[in-house]
Design a protein around this ligand. Structure first.
Ligand code: HEC
Length: 272
């Protein structure tokens, strides 16, 4: 009997843990949930404390003299409906395996409550999440997270954390070059010529460069400008990706040999 009593304690605590575990799961799934996740953690902690208190009450009631009559005992009896030892004879089944006998015990109400409760929950979940659509199914949660990530990426990009003069690389996909060309025609052609042949600003189609021929050099000049020489800083007008695109476009102009080229300026760079 002692063993069965202890089993009750474990069952109650285990149940509370199971009930609180989805709260933990959601907390980890939600990144940057801020206040919401703090509330969830508090709920989980409260559930844990309730489990501890229940356990203490149980331990206390086991020891107390009038334990048989305590309210907690009655509640436990209601949840378990364990037959008294006197009824054992009635419950005894006609099975005997080497002296081991079997009792036809009722399935305890707490188990049935969870069983039917989970069915009700499933029905509610089905209607709420799949028919009414008021709950966020995984797909919607995913879409929302992707949206947040895209916004964060946009902010990072604007801040120059992703693409700067140190990390910039040459883009060679058609869309990026086309976008770079568009930016060039709109903002740069007035000084560098429609085809990059040079006007007020230097020629981009020859092998001569004032500030270097690497993508990093171009990016740096575009970003910070050379104000005293008439090349303005573009970081207020163009975001880092746009500066990367236009720099990549400029690099494609080398050797295109357009008419009306401006005389070379700067140093001759050798290309293999
Ligand atoms: C108002 C005229 C003007 C505009 C507009 C202008 N530039 Fe310039 N740019 C210059 C001048 C002048 C220089 C030469 C600076 C120097 O002598 O150091 C220059 C230099 C450069 C260089 C360095 C070239 C080298 O030889 O090292 C790059 C790259 C460049 N510009 C890109 C751009 C891009 C991209 C844009 C458009 C987003 C742009 N520029 C718009 C005038 C301009």
């Amino acid at each position: 009997m002692k063993v069965i009593k202890n089993f009750n304690v474990i069952a109650v605590i285990f149940l509370l843990f199971i009930l609180s575990s989805p709260i933990f799961a959601e907390t980890t799934a939600e990144s940057g949930g801020g206040l919401e996740s703090i509330i969830k953690i508090m709920v989980a902690v409260t559930a844990f404390l309730v489990a501890v208190i229940m356990w203490l009450v149980l331990v206390y009631s086991e020891k107390s003299e009038s334990a048989e009559e305590s309210g907690f005992r009655k509640l436990m009896q209601m949840l378990n409906q364990r037959p008294s030892i006197d009824d054992e004879q009635k419950l005894l089944l006609d099975h005997d395996f080497d002296g081991i006998k079997e009792l036809n015990n009722k399935i305890p109400p707490w188990f049935m409550a969870i069983f039917y409760g989970s069915m009700l929950w499933a029905a509610y979940y089905m209607v709420d999440y799949h028919i009414l659509g008021s709950g966020n199914v995984q797909e919607d949660e995913y879409a929302a997270e992707v949206q947040v990530a895209a916004m964060e990426r946009e902010i990072l990009n604007k801040s120059g954390a992703l693409v700067n003069e140190e990390t910039v690389t040459v883009l060679d996909d058609v869309a990026a070059i086309a976008s770079g060309k568009e930016i060039f025609i709109k903002n740069c052609a007035a000084c560098h010529g429609m085809n990059g042949e040079g006007l007020v600003g230097p020629n981009f189609t020859d092998d001569y460069w004032i500030h270097g021929n690497k993508i990093n050099d171009l990016f740096k000049t575009i970003k910070y400008g050379v104000p005293q020489k008439g090349m303005i800083s573009w970081q207020a007008q163009l975001d880092p990706t746009q500066m990367q695109e236009v720099a990549s476009y400029i690099l494609t102009l080398r050797g295109t040999n357009p008419p009306n080229q401006k005389a070379p300026e700067g140093d001759l760079y050798t290309y293999e």
